[in-house]
Design a protein around this ligand. Structure first.
Ligand code: ADP
Length: 212
């Protein structure tokens, strides 16, 4: 993890929680000290220095994340160096669409836009109070998790009938103690169950609004 600001630190700590080994690199000693007992290794270093990267054996890592914040120049230089050295999987955080385009041109494997994506996600959740999370399968299709409001408690899927009314299907119901995969028309939903739906964004939106 290169750059241990808020985003890099949070990502690195979560990877440790998931059981992975993480080397954290930052040029700021304070940022490094903060994580010294939380990550597998930490190093104070400037990632725009090729010799430093080589001496850390950066080529042997499965993935390198460049989570440098405001310094676009350092982010681009670091990314180029990593690809030149031969790192297989480089993921870089971009601050703007243009920054992202530059990163793609220099051969980064994946660009992430945490602020932009989180903004979009929170906007969806604000306008759809029952929407817990969603994944865009394609431009058209989405999988969404909707929490079941009290007014629907005890209803069967036959009564809700999302497929005929809105065109989207319930593929699972996540209950407190079990998950009902591919539920039948007779399965019921209870308050706070989570329905997992598949359909177009518009179909899921219509269903969600009919729930409120
Ligand atoms: P965030 O928005 O995630 O908090 P920040 O800009 O605060 O982002 O953090 C980015 C981190 O990247 C900072 O801790 C900074 O010291 C570090 N950083 C910036 N440039 C370099 C560099 N060339 N080498 C190593 N670390 C760097």
């Amino acid at each position: 993890m290169i750059g241990l600001g808020r985003f890099g630190a949070s990502l690195a700590k979560e990877l440790i929680q998931l059981g992975y080994e993480v080397l954290g690199i930052d040029k700021d000693e304070e940022a490094v000290d903060e994580l010294s007992d939380k990550l597998t290794h930490v190093v104070v270093a400037d990632s725009t220095d090729e010799e430093v990267l080589r001496s850390l054996g950066i080529r042997n890592f499965d993935c390198v994340v460049v989570a440098i914040g405001d310094d676009i120049q350092a982010s681009i230089l670091t990314t180029i160096l990593l690809k030149d050295i031969g790192v297989n999987n480089v993921v870089t955080k971009a601050l703007s669409e243009l920054h992202g385009k530059v990163l793609e041109k220099i051969g980064v494997d994946r660009v992430i836009f945490p602020e932009r994506d989180m903004g979009i996600r929170v906007a969806h959740q604000l306008v759809s109070p029952n929407l817990l999370d969603y994944i865009e399968l394609s431009k058209e299709y989405t999988i969404a998790e909707l929490s079941v409001p009290r007014c629907l408690a005890g209803k069967t899927l036959r009564e809700l009938d999302p497929r005929h009314r809105f065109g989207c299907s319930v593929v699972a119901i996540n209950k407190k103690n079990n998950v009902v995969i591919a539920p039948t028309a007779e399965d019921t939903v209870e308050e706070r169950d989570v329905m997992v739906l598949i359909g177009t964004k518009q179909q899921i939106d219509h269903f969600e609004h009919a729930l409120i």
